[in-house]
Design a protein around this ligand. Sequence first.
Ligand code: GLY
Length: 369
Amino acid sequence: MTERLPILYNKKPCYDIVFTQSFEGLWPELEALGFGECRICIITDSKVDELYGEEVLSLLKDRCRKAVKYAFPNGEEHKTLDTVKDIYTFLIREGFDRKDLILALGGGVVGDTAGYAAATFLRGIDYVQVPTTLLAQTDSSIGGKTGVDFDGYKNMVGAFKMPRLVYMNLTALRTLDDRQFFAGFAEVMKHGLIRDAMLYEWLIENMYEICERDLDVLQEMLLRSCSVKKAVVEKDPTEQGERALLNFGHTIGHAIEKSRNFELLHGECVALGAVAAAYVSWKRELLSMEEYYEIRDMFVPFQLPISVENIDPQEILRLTKSDKKMEAGQVKFVLLKKIGKAVIDRTVTDDEILAAVNEIYFSDEDAHA
Ligand code: GLY
């Protein structure tokens, strides 16, 4: 069954998130938005291209004015300005103008990079998101954050640019390997933890079906999870305040991601960062000890890490300070007041961060103990 969630911008309908189980409905959605006569450039990566590139291209070809596809190599290391430059070159070569459309087909790297190209090409052209990973479906395709990594820092260059549509074919989740699938689940958990205790409970109750990737259960999960994201981004589209709550787990998470040279997936680092943030919350007596251990252990059945090797806690501390979530020299840390209620805190000390990193650090000494 197809379901939709409208996203409002300044209280007016801005774009819809469509939840469905095939690509068949994509063309009618694009036509209804008035893209029937334009050129469409599918931007994807080499991995997603192999799986869905031709299928999506053939659904658009001979229907719109022109449909072309540009695939860049898979991997976070390609989320760069160089890739954006290659996209501009391709669009110019194919004669794209301001009335044409970019269709981002893939995971978070594709959505952010293609979205940034759309935000800047000819001072901005329309784009739609067709996310194919759990991480992109539950988080990165919604809310208009676009951008690329720069100089080893995540998302350092970017722009807010709302998509015209987010179209999710949930069957794509079935082709993800376990590691990719569960990495995305960390962002679903995050939505429950920061704003929706009922979602958190629902995830526990439906653990088996989620791990089995039952499509109807995944659809309900995404509808619930995206409703949290909707509520936050509608209130604060450009992250002047509350949207920063979505960075729960990301301050320490991004630092681990960088320190481990992007060998760990973003969602894995978010799970580690979430455990660390919950630990600080417990130590500040915002959460009880039971709640802390429950949150920590909740990641385990979803194959997410709760401890990490090969990091230097001092380096992680240093990296949290160079993350772009700093404001006036202070780290904006997201803590939990209870399950389902997060708060932004600018007073977390170096000692608290170090203690939290040590809590999740699995050192050689632990291995030999
Ligand atoms: N992924 C965090 C945000 O969209 O604000």
